[in-house]
Design a binder for this molecule. Sequence first.
Ligand code: PLP
Length: 391
Amino acid sequence: MNLNTNYKKLQDSYLFVEIAERVARYKTENPGAEVIRLGIGDVTRPLGKTVVEALKAASDEMGTAEGFRGYSPDSAGYPFLKNAIAEYYKSKLGVDLHPDTFQVNDGAKSDLGNFLDILGHSRVLVPDPVYPAYVDTNITAGNEIIYMAGNENNNFLPMPDYAIDVDVIYLCSPNNPTGAVYSREQLAEWVKYARHTSAIILFDAAYGAFIRGPELPASIFSIPGAEKCAVEFGTLSKMAGFTGTRCGWTAITEYLVRNGESIAKLWFRRQSFKFNGVAYVIQKAAEAALSPAGLADCQAAIDYYAGNAEVITNALEKAGVKYCGGANSPYVWLKCPDGLSSWDYFDYLLKEKNVVGTPGAGFGVNGEGWFRLTSFGTRENTEKAATRLAG
Ligand code: PLP
């Protein structure tokens, strides 16, 4: 029996375990303390009414002989949902793509990892700090990872280095954990570099809906030429509160071709023997989330979180703490005051302010000395935490 020994190279995912343990210990020692968690990466607002009605209607439909559906005709999603996604891109993001560009999935995480199935051994460029899934999927695939440093000097937005030749580039904008957002010009630089090296950009647009205003790009496909070098991973998780409902898409145009192969076709081929599609009721819910009424519900939740982010950043400004993110992102990335390490600042916030966040060091070496707070809590708790932070 041969096991994939690359799994031995994975670091223990101790970050959230360690946080939970430190918080539990503190609460046992201080049972009266009211600890507020601003470390959560999960949404807290409920599903919108439009989505709930669609879920109920689709469930009822499935209970009738006429409306019942078994296996979906193809793993890439029902046309009604692909059309709704294309319409969303056109009307909200100003990007005109054929509905078949979108292959529906159960959220971004699966496809971000699974996509490596259709690539051979690759040299991959990964930002640091980073959403840990990019690293773990490449370690287990046996790929060569090259880290690009995000730091204060580049506002946590690393740019291409033409001395490095890679096959795959991971970009996440708005970024988790830093909240930093690439400008149109910066993304155009990445597209230019990817086309120069023939690399494929894997663009994680999980937080695109948090961008306010038309200046910043929410989709890599708003950059000319990206259709020939990029794959975009979209998700309703944070945009529509689908973290537990599970629906997203992988967008690949017909113009993305490598070694004479259509990447979209190759991906479809992979999905057709490893994935049987997203549940019909969930696809109906996703369609509803992308309808005008559904998008209004989404916007209300996003505005709520944006309000929380503003409460946090106002408090940081009052306290004279340096930060990035928050304006177009649910994440606020702050510099630990007084030169504290990420974990020392974690302990200080927990013990002195009873506020829990996420130490930046858990997202890569460049995260050391930085700290992530999120706007996904309730307004009441966020305001309480902000008062403590500012005090
Ligand atoms: N990409 C980033 C950057 C994320 O932060 C997350 C979830 O937190 C995901 C992808 C996964 O999203 P999904 O729930 O669609 O799998």
